[in-house]
Design a protein around this ligand. Sequence first.
Ligand code: AMP
Length: 308
Amino acid sequence: MGKLLIVGSCAFDEIESPFGKTGKILGGAGTFISLAASRYDVDAAVISVVGEDFPQGYLDLLTDNGINIEGIEVVKGGKTFFWKGRYHNDLNSRDTLITELNTLGDFNPKVPEDYKDAEVVVLGNLHPLVQSSVLDQMNKKPKLVVLDTMNFWMDSALDDLKDIIARVDVITINDEEARQLTGEYSLVVAAKKIHEMGPKFVVIKKGEHGALLFEGEDIFFAPALPLEEVFDPTGAGDTFAGGFSGYIASTGDTSFENMKRAIIHGSNLASFCVEKFGTERMQDLTEKEITKRLQRFKKLTQFDIELN
Ligand code: AMP
């Protein structure tokens, strides 16, 4: 069983999509990454910070899924991070309506002693200095460090972001953000430039159009499963990162061939995440459903062709 350490937000989210609105529900990148990674044979822990208003039931949900939550700090009298977003009709784009950092504003992550030697570390979307601080606390170089980030940090903390990018093995980033980070339109050229910044593996997420994996000259493409029902894309990227990292940690294999399988596992779990609001679908998901959909992925992408 591989040891996996996750850092990311645990949050209250409020979502508006063309299919309805939610009140305050469970969200946060750390939550989505953890729930996805827990589907694999891993010893996983999450580091985060919440306020006293964060329901015990949400913490229990993580524990019930086998996630160690020793690293979640509950700040007395504090308020939990709150994010509100509204999706446009195509569900591919969204506006952030509210970001209240609250306790996340002075988050000082503390890696639990037992996880300072984790083989795989996932740095969820947070301030790059918070992500760096987690790596600084490790007492053994992890086999694989996976970084997720977003345009917000490119706009507000670019130098710090470049420093952490230089320290990771895998970066997951969406297509628009890859273009913003490198100033290149072509994703192939953008991936090359990101390689030069440090990461050996570059994963570019293209929402409903799948994901690309680059390692030098090698490229792999995984489609997103065409779905009949998409309600809420929130957390799809984090679920992808959690599935990807959980699979790698459970297999202990960081070869390009295994990364390809990990991309499919991540895409598979993300396809469930979007079918209901928030974490709802990830909570009622069965192993049978996961395997069945992996078979659909296989069918979708396999073909025979005769070449001379
Ligand atoms: P995604 O849809 O993959 O971009 O992730 C959405 C999740 O990220 C939501 O559940 C939010 O709570 C969380 N989130 C949004 N903005 C931030 C931020 N600035 N820092 C940390 N987490 C965030």
